[in-house]
Ligand binder design. Structure first.
Ligand code: BES
Ligand code: MN
Ligand code: ZN
Length: 496
């Protein structure tokens, strides 16, 4: 699907905004005039108030404009960028399969949204909303396939919109790639295949290092290795360094991702229902590699390194047993009391490796770590834990701007002591139910060196959304959560 910024629409399908009180924007009113009042009549005939997300579809209003969408955007004087994105996403979703090939969007420049920003946001919304994962559907009938080949964004300042979009487009592409990786079946996307795909970023000027089991053994990354022992696949630790700052040796921001390509729970086996969703347990790693790709593509002026731990958590004769004690890369010993709490084990080694090897200025890890964060925050906010208020605030702001919000939860000594073990330096679960996401974060905190600013994002609820929670910007199961957030964090805080 092509995106084009144009001064004038040439499309069968058109989409305009309407605000509270079914008020058309100037572009909408002009179109309504051309169509002899068809839009106003259609709104009146359908209880349309202009509230966000309402849609009126006017078919056959004229020979040229066979399909017109009027999309509710709420208070137009307070129109925000995310509403523009959702407007575009709704329009694309409604048009994609109708047979229409060209759709023109009329985003309005009102409230705090400039013309260029509105146009670029519409383009982003259109692409995010058009996402599908059809790679393995080989027998689709013609009418199951999208007909839409072009989305025109009607705007006055073509050059400014285009310039904005050139910066944003790599970020959208990153988010779509993350969705693809999360959606890939676990027989295809195993740790080595994930590492191979990540290593392709070398073409963009990213420095890539892939460590296999032999090297990890030599290093002493036994916490990470213990998780992959029950798998026929080789565990991998991949580092991706984008040196975009003027000073190539300036301390980098480090992003660490949980990449469990399938989580059966291991010997502490998960129940069968919806276990297939655990193919998405590598969403943290997907967000990290896709962010590095976005940064490299847009040549971000910052040093950022991504480190992803890639393993498959399977039960077999080599698998970890509850009760096993392993020595992590940091030297600290861990009693593994539940092999389903595996994410924290691989992150412990990946985070330690990242700090020793790259001496980061700050470290952010992303992980589908706990089902408990879905109980706390549902599918709207990721859980944020941090030892640094400035970093936490920067993430909160970035999340708001990009529509990938985070909600901060506490850390503290009273939680930390719950993972003390009589048999080892710590255990990987608290042993009593309650505060499961905080316990996971406390565990990770024990692998943060003193002085490292660190934030942990528990994205178990936001990495994918089961059907009733779908968003127009994220029409399929995987959301690509984290790519926009991290890119914004880099742009706002670490970029020259
Ligand atoms: N990958 C899961 C967490 C998860 C659950 C992600 C649901 C997405 C949706 C993680 O490895 C896990 O199994 N966590 C356990 C931890 C527990 C054993 C302390 C959990 O949440 O039950
Ligand atoms: Mn698990
Ligand atoms: Zn897991």
């Amino acid at each position: 699907m092509e995106i084009r910024f144009v001064n004038e629409a040439k499309a069968q399908a058109l989409a305009v905004m309407a605000g509270d009180g079914a008020a058309l924007t100037p572009a909408g009113a002009a179109l309504d005039g051309k169509l002899g009042g068809a839009l106003v009549r259609a709104m009146a005939a359908s209880r349309f108030t202009g509230a966000i997300g309402q849609i009126v579809e006017v078919l056959g209003a004229s020979a040229e404009s066979t399909r017109v969408l009027v999309i509710g955007c709420g208070a137009l004087d307070r129109l925000d960028p995310q509403t523009v994105e959702r407007f575009a996403a709704h329009a694309v979703k409604r048009t994609a399969l109708t047979g229409a090939e060209r759709l023109a969007l009329f985003p309005e420049t009102l409230g705090g949204v400039t013309a260029a920003e509105a146009a670029a946001r519409a383009a982003m919304g259109a692409r995010l909303g058009a996402y599908r994962f059809d790679r393995y559907r080989t027998r689709m009938k013609p009418d199951q396939k999208p007909s839409l080949i072009e989305v025109q964004i009607v705007t006055e300042g073509l050059a400014a919109a285009q310039a904005r979009y050139e910066v944003d487009s790599p970020v959208v592409e990153g988010a779509l790639w993350a969705r693809d990786l999360v959606s890939e079946p676990p027989n295809v996307l195993h740790p080595e295949e994930f590492a191979r795909r990540a290593a392709e970023l070398e073409k963009l000027g990213v420095e890539v290092e892939v460590l296999g089991e032999e090297q990890l053994e030599k290093l002493g990354a036994h916490a990470l290795l213990s998780v992959g022992r029950g798998s026929a696949r080789q565990s991998q630790l991949v580092s991706l360094f984008w040196r975009g700052a003027r000073a190539k040796t300036a301390q980098p921001l480090c992003l660490v991702g949980k990449g469990v390509t399938f989580d059966t729970g291991g010997i502490s086996l998960k129940p069968g229902a919806a276990m297939d969703e655990m193919k998405g347990d590598m969403a943290g790693a997907a967000a990290v590699v896709a962010t590095i790709r976005a940064l490299a593509t847009r040549k971000a002026r910052a040093n950022v390194v991504g480190v992803v731990a890639l393993v498959e958590n399977m039960p077999d004769g080599g698998a970890s047993r509850p009760g096993d004690i392993v020595t992590s890369l940091s030297g600290q010993t861990i009693e593994n009391l539940n092999t389903d709490a595996e994410g924290r084990l691989i992150l412990a080694d990946a985070m330690w490796y990242a700090q020793e090897k790259f001496n980061p200025i700050a470290m952010v890890d992303l992980a589908t770590l706990t089902g408990a964060v879905i109980i706390s925050l549902g599918h709207e906010y990721a859980g944020l834990f941090s030892n640094d208020d400035a970093l936490a605030h920067a993430l909160q702001l970035a999340g708001q701007t990009e529509g990938e919000p985070v909600w901060r939860l506490p850390l503290g000594a009273a939680y930390d002591k719950l993972i003390d073990s009589p048999n080892a330096d710590m255990k990987n679960i608290a042993g009593r139910p309650g505060a499961g996401s905080i316990i996971g974060a406390q565990f990770l905190n024990r692998f943060v060196r003193p002085g490292t600013a660190w934030a942990h994002l528990d994205i178990a609820g936001t990495a994918w959304k089961p059907s009733p929670y779908e968003d127009p910007l994220s029409p399929a199961w995987a959301t690509g959560y984290g790519v926009r957030l991290l890119n914004r964090l880099v742009a706002s805080t670490y970029e020259e």
